[in-house]
Design a protein around this ligand. Structure first.
Ligand SMILES: Cc1cc2nc3c(=O)[nH]c(=O)nc-3n(C[C@H](O)[C@H](O)[C@H](O)COP(=O)(O)O)c2cc1C
Length: 410
């Protein structure tokens, strides 16, 4: 691990130089003992394509044994039997190899990363930077306008696991994606399920956003997808896309069009945080009326991120990016609490997936108590190798109860 951390410092030096950081003497040599913040399954100093090619092979140490809930405690989720309500959110599972890893690490509802209808390279490096922040970010509160600061190499966050990511949703071509999706589903155990995330691309010649989105859904179906999640919320792809999840009529239209294509396959909608309860209520009502099966949120909170010396940390063309991990847990829990309250009050038949800042077992139980049917982690999955298996021990010891205290009852 130590050697790997040193290697990470070398790669990190190159990346941070790219991002305009001043490197303290010694760091570029790779001799500095950096804190072990590295993801155990994704090398942030290499491109997405390089990671995809090499697979999730680094830093995989010993792991505790998986504990399974008895089958009579498994529950139905969108037509599947789930052994537990923990999963991985869209993004970190690049291919069938990561799907297999997540399943083996105790994550039962795993989302295959967002695919497009066509090959898309996404952004170059850097794609992930650590953030120097200890605050909890609000969805649309006073911190919205204030920039956050990226951490210089080797001085990443100690208390909070806080990152920003900006990948531009890279995607393999449709044939490769469909074949790998099919392979991935076959690698999961009974009690586990896979969701396939899709998105549309604005501005493709001769295609509307909607028809491109539907084409992406067809790729997922070709791969045998049994649940499809539509990413309506990615903060990184330009103005026309940013607001879709906030625009209730547009959400309804997108879902109605997609339902024509996917038929009985359940549709989850991936959304970001809402500025107020009324706008969330309008979207939930439209989503249900149009035939969506559930809602998943939140995506990373979009913020300006600056390098320590000033200027956009990801370069001038990417002044904002999605903040993920610990700082957004409060916003994610607020979203789930409000959505659960609306679903109950308005008798909506929507399932609810909670996402945002789940980096410890306790956080997952907080989400379940707030009303999530399923809770997923992205950053926590990538940086905490035993999060899933530790969760499973607590889940089973607690009698499969959201209280997580052994007193039973969800
Ligand atoms: C490396 C990475 C890549 C991501 N890519 C996607 C994506 O392709 N599609 C998507 O809907 N969300 C994506 N997300 C957002 C996550 O699904 C999740 O909503 C967000 O990270 C908040 O959860 P977290 O705090 O557990 O990371 C990505 C997140 C990370 C960390």
């Amino acid at each position: 691990m130590e050697a790997a951390a040193k290697l990470g410092a070398v790669g990190g030096a190159a990346i941070h130089a790219l991002a305009g950081f001043e490197l303290p003497a010694g760091e570029a040599s790779g001799t500095l003992d950096t804190p072990t913040y590295d993801s155990y399954c994704y090398d942030i100093d290499r491109t997405w394509a390089e990671n995809l090619a090499s697979g999730p092979s680094r830093h995989q140490g010993p792991q505790p044994e998986r504990v399974w809930a008895p089958e009579d405690k498994w529950f139905d989720f969108l037509g599947h039997k789930l052994a537990s309500p923990l999963g991985v959110a869209a993004g970190p599972l690049l291919s069938s190899e990561w799907i297999e890893l997540a399943g083996a690490r105790g994550f039962d509802c795993v989302t295959y990363k967002t695919i497009r209808s066509h090959y898309h390279a996404g952004h170059g490096l850097p794609n992930i930077l650590y953030l120097n922040t200890e605050e909890q970010l609000q969805a649309a509160g006073p911190t919205t306008a204030a920039p956050l600061q990226a951490a210089p190499p080797g001085s990443g966050p100690r208390r909070q696991l806080a990152i920003t990511n900006s990948f531009g949703m890279p995607s393999r071509g449709p044939g490769e994606a469909a074949a790998d999706i099919r392979r991935a589903a076959g690698l999961l155990a009974p009690g586990q399920m896979m969701v396939v995330s899709v998105t549309g691309t604005p501005g493709r010649p001769g295609l509307s956003f909607q028809s491109d989105l539907e084409a992406a859904a067809r790729v997922a179906l070709e791969g045998g997808a049994t649940v499809i999640e539509v990413n309506l919320s990615c903060p990184n792809v330009g103005a026309s896309h940013v607001a879709l999840y906030l625009d209730a009529p547009a959400v309804g239209e997108a879902v109605r069009g997609l339902k024509q294509v996917v038929g009985p396959v359940p549709l989850l909608l991936k959304v970001g945080a809402y500025p107020d309860t009324d706008s969330l209520r309008r979207v939930l009502a439209e989503a249900e009326a149009a035939g969506a099966a559930g809602i998943a949120g939140i995506n990373g909170l979009s913020r300006r991120v600056e390098a320590p010396g000033g200027g956009p940390a990801l370069g001038p063309d990417r002044p904002t990016s999605g903040v993920c991990g610990d700082p957004i847990r409060g916003a994610g829990l607020d979203f789930v609490g409000q959505a659960r309250q609306i679903i109950a009050a308005d008798s909506l038949g929507l399932r609810l997936v909670g996402v945002g800042g789940v980096t410890e077992v306790d956080h997952a139980f907080e989400y379940l108590r707030a009303g999530a049917d399923v809770v997923q982690s992205a950053t926590g999955f990538m940086w905490r190798p035993n999060l899933g298996l530790d969760f499973q021990r607590r889940w089973v010891a607690s009698g499969c109860s959201a209280r997580g205290d052994g007193r039973g009852g969800r």
